[in-house]
Design a protein. Structure first.
Length: 417
């Protein structure tokens, strides 16, 4: 059966779907990705079927009605020609893709890359919050308050942008299709089954409409060897993902790391950074800077990872048992970082978080010293509990084999077609 996957235009999101595609194809399904130019190159590199959206060179905005209509017609044509048995699309793009699929009466499976993003509830706040209940599964009003804060902030943004049609369209669709109207991390959507591309244990919250995919790391991304490991030293990998230009304090923090590495000749750091930002960082003999890297090989063989808290990198660290130093900045990174400390698989620092004063003054410097960061890295590298905890968490997640439930569900839904 043909599974059509509509993509959001982020490379990291495509990477998170690779393991899903691999296992579905092993179970006899044909997986076809549909998206924009940003993810096409990577899909071709790993030889996945990929259809480029031609009506728009990038995602059309809410007010680009002509482009949206043209894209809708193109996507429906793709679904018809390739005889889709099920369609997957990101819940964050629900208004963009729902009508496309629903008008053809095809089974829908939403997907998400965010923990704690499902719906307003008392058990788990949105992942934009760093707050977690003190006890697993504990109901409390603080979680609800964080959801209300997320609701007000997101809806104020849409009010400023005059995107009023979102609410009206979802209410209309809810009545038309008899589906419950929900509010999640990215706004309104209808209660269709949803696949979280991560482990349920890391989510801290479950309900009957959510499926989990475990760690979901596609090992075909491994090259088999690590070129950058320096023997006799503690090796640290540092990455801020594909959207690092968003982090205004990043350069300041990296220059603090330079001061740390200048002092510690027994450490070596591999920094993945584009050429533009790399020029703003002082050279250091204990730091190797590369514009791109086979990340799985690095995480597998290194002693620790410094990252912004992207879900993909955190899952990969758990998969290979590598402790994490996480410095969240925005969106779901706060919730991911909170989970890192909750499970004691790493250490969190808020050095990249912008305060209200930082925003007003447009301040781009971090308020920490090289000694502060060195102490945290010392703790992470030499306290065995972090490696032991992350290894134990990995075993627990892999034992659950959550992807089998998803495969069985897809098989049942597509066999009815």
């Amino acid at each position: 059966m043909n599974l059509i996957v509509f993509l959001s235009p982020f490379i990291s999101h495509f990477i998170s779907l690779m393991d899903f595609a691999d296992k579905m194809m092993k179970n006899g399904h044909r997986v076809i990705f549909v998206g924009y130019q940003e993810t096409r190159k990577l899909a071709n590199e790993y030889k996945y079927e990929y259809i480029l959206i031609k009506s728009c060179d990038k995602e059309p905005g809410v007010k680009d009605r002509e482009k949206r209509l043209a894209q809708k017609e193109e996507l429906q044509q793709i679904l018809s020609i390739h005889k889709a048995g099920m369609v997957l699309f990101p819940v964050s793009r629900f208004p963009m893709y729902f009508e496309v699929v629903c008008e053809l009466d095809l089974p829908i499976l939403l997907y998400s890359l965010c923990c704690g993003a499902d719906r307003i509830n008392l058990y788990c706040p949105p992942n934009t919050s760093g707050y977690l209940p003190q006890k697993y599964g504990n109901r409390n009003m603080i979680s609800l308050l964080h959801w209300l804060r997320r609701f007000m902030r997101l809806e104020f943004h849409h009010l400023v942008k005059k995107n009023k049609s979102r609410w009206h369209n979802c209410v209309y669709d809810s009545k038309k299709y008899g589906k419950k109207l929900l509010y999640g991390l990215d706004g309104y959507y209808l209660d269709y089954p949803k696949l979280l591309l991560g482990p349920g244990k890391f989510n801290l919250y479950k309900n009957e409409s959510i499926f989990f995919w475990g760690l979901g790391v596609s090992e075909k991304r491994e090259s088999g060897h690590c070129l950058y490991k320096v023997n006799g030293k503690k090796n640290i990998y540092c990455t801020f993902g594909t959207l690092n230009s968003r982090y205004s304090k990043m350069i300041s923090f990296l220059n603090v790391l330079v001061c740390v590495l200048e002092k510690r000749s027994d450490w070596h750091m591999l920094l993945q950074m584009d050429e533009k930002h790399a020029k703003c960082i002082r050279p250091c003999k204990n730091i190797t800077v590369v514009p791109s890297v086979d990340q799985l090989d690095i995480i597998r063989d290194f002693d620790a990872v410094i990252c912004h808290g992207g879900f993909g990198t955190i899952k990969e660290c758990i998969y290979y048992g590598t402790p994490i130093f996480v410095v969240p900045c925005s969106y779901d990174q706060h919730g991911n970082a909170a989970r890192v400390t909750y499970f004691q698989i790493g250490i969190k620092s808020d050095v990249l978080v912008k305060s209200m004063i930082d925003r007003i003054l447009k301040r781009k410097t971090v308020r920490c010293s090289a000694d502060d960061i060195e102490k945290l890295l010392d703790e992470l590298l030499y306290n065995a509990k972090y490696a032991e905890n992350i290894a134990a968490l990995r075993r627990q997640i892999l034992t659950e084999k959550e992807e089998i439930v998803v495969i069985d569900y897809v098989n049942r839904m597509t066999s009815n077609e």
